[in-house]
Design a protein around this ligand. Structure first.
Ligand code: UDX
Ligand code: UDX
Length: 457
């Protein structure tokens, strides 16, 4: 039996440890967090995050071999293996502000581990970190004269929100990086053994520390780059009457390209893509690789352009003014099946329309509470409405901003009747039946598609 500890009970730490506990009943898994309210929520029926299947997994092992606690120091002392999944946001101050990762929580955690350890530990980097962070970790952990053995292992997470549980239970791969020393390899094997409980051995890949750290940034950069690439072409489609979904289908059938991550959209969001690419850009600049940095920076620029293009299109289609007009925004989360609104394009569009003095009504099945917090001051100028029918009533326009399936299944005839005319729909996720909506009477504008506009009568 091993004592496994995870520091950081967020979107990553919580689901990851719940699955490890479920799959490894002989190990004792404790998740700690400095946020007492979050720990209380993990101990309750109302988990702090919404993730399909998460509650079932948590309930199957909570208080058996999965525990949530605020007692960080005691559990550090007891642990054999410590996963660290505290947040690593983009730095907002000083050198590297706006690009580099803010490692203050990481460093603080490393010092906390050092201070409370009396036995050897394996420290696992779960958070996404700049390449070579493990080196800094090792230096901090070995900065004491007690000379305790610490091994730092990198094991990046590849969970996508909304599918975190299936991603953990059936991963494409698990990546584990460690030092090529006898104790580094032993530590690596200990982490391999955990995952080998349920992941086929050939899907557990082992590399050197730096490859593992950098692979995480590169995986996210490549995924985001596909979205920016398809979004860039969506702009060209809107000028040329080509259809981005037809193009994505056509190119995705080339097995060298593949079909996934080719959905044109109002833009990518989430806590990782932008942060990780900016981090990559910062690293490249740091190493003097300006051309490489500018190449990846463009992925983020294109994403900003796509969101700006979307709300400009709303404005220009609606006779260049939305002031005083009710506009229903369908979706607040950055993608479907999550309550997470971090970096959500929906909120950027929302802010832009508030700025134009539209009467903005935001509807979402799970994310309104987070949206209210993230919008800050602007929240006072937004109406939060859980019922999409109520949100759309008397609106001049609907904009689909999150691909929640429920938005595709609404009664759009009834919605049309309840709206101001001419009624517009802007489909920022291409999930609706555009021809059907057009025949109901809507003016329809979708991403990367020719507009369907009724002629003036
Ligand atoms: C975080 C990182 O943002 C991401 O880069 C990485 O890949 C995984 O970890 P996430 O789990 O989504 O992602 O972050 P968040 O939900 O904010 O959870 C982090 C938790 O760590 C928070 O609950 C926070 O209270 C906790 N924390 C932070 C500590 O317990 N101690 C600290 O010193 C700092
Ligand atoms: C991502 C990575 O997929 C995951 O491996 C990593 O561990 C964390 O970052 P996540 O941000 O949860 O996961 O969601 P993801 O499914 O990758 O979607 C990110 C954004 O891209 C969302 O806003 C989504 O709507 C958008 N997206 C995705 C598109 O616009 N088009 C697509 O084809 C796919």
């Amino acid at each position: 039996m091993a004592n496994i500890l995870c520091i950081g009970a967020g979107y990553v730490g919580g689901p990851t440890m719940a699955v490890i506990a479920q799959k490894c009943p002989e190990h004792r898994v404790v998740v700690v967090d400095m946020d007492g309210a979050k720990i209380a929520a993990w101990q309750s029926d109302q988990l702090p995050i919404y993730e399909p299947g998460l509650k079932e997994v948590v309930l199957s092992c909570r208080d058996k071999n999965l525990f949530f606690s605020r007692e960080v120091e005691r559990h550090i002392a007891e642990a054999d293996i410590i996963f660290v999944s505290v947040n690593t946001p983009t730095k907002t101050f000083g050198q590297g502000a706006g690009k580099a990762a803010d490692l203050q929580y990481w460093e603080k955690t490393a010092r906390q581990i050092l201070q409370h350890s009396r036995t050897p530990k394996i420290v696992v980097e779960k958070s996404t970190l700049p390449v070579r962070t493990a080196e800094a970790m090792e230096r901090i952990l070995h900065s004491h004269d007690r000379d305790l053995p610490f091994d730092v292992v990198s094991n990046p997470e590849f969970l996508a929100e909304g599918t975190a549980i299936p991603n953990m239970q059936n991963p494409d791969r698990v990546l584990i990086g460690a030092r090529d020393t006898p104790s580094g390899l032993k530590a690596m094997q200990a982490i391999v053994d955990i995952y080998a409980h349920w992941v086929p051995r050939e899907r557990i890949i082992t590399t050197n520390l730096w490859s593992s750290e950098l692979s995480k940034l590169v995986a996210n950069a490549f995924l985001a780059q596909r979205i920016s690439s398809v979004n860039s072409i969506s702009a060209l489609c809107e000028k040329t009457e080509a259809d981005i979904q037809e193009i994505a289908h056509a190119i995705g059938l080339d097995s060298r390209i593949g079909p996934r991550f080719l959905n044109a959209s109002v833009g990518f969001g989430g806590s990782c893509f932008k942060k990780d690419i900016l981090n990559l850009v910062y690293l490249c600049d740091h190493y003097g690789l300006s051309e490489v940095a500018r190449y990846w920076e463009q992925v983020v620029r294109m994403n900003e352009y796509q969101q700006a293009r979307f709300h400009s299109r709303i404005l220009s289609s609606m006779f260049n003014t939305v002031a005083g007009k009710r506009i229903a925004l369908f979706g607040a989360s950055f993608k479907a099946n999550t309550s997470d609104t971090r970096e959500s394009p929906a909120l950027n569009v929302c802010r832009a329309l508030v700025e134009e003095r539209a009467e903005v009504v935001l509807t979402d099945p799970y994310a309104l509470d987070n949206a209210r917090i993230d919008l800050g001051e602007d929240a006072r100028r937004v109406i939060f409405e859980p019922d999409p029918y109520v949100a759309a009533a008397n609106a001049h326009a609907i904009a689909i901003l999150t691909e929640w399936p429920l938005f595709a299944d609404l009664d759009y005839e009834a919605i049309y009747r309840s709206m101001a005319k001419p009624a517009f729909i802007f489909d920022g996720r291409n999930i609706l039946n555009h021809r059907g909506l057009f025949s109901i009477g809507f003016n329809v504008q979708a991403i990367g598609k020719p507009p369907l506009i009724h002629p003036a009568r």
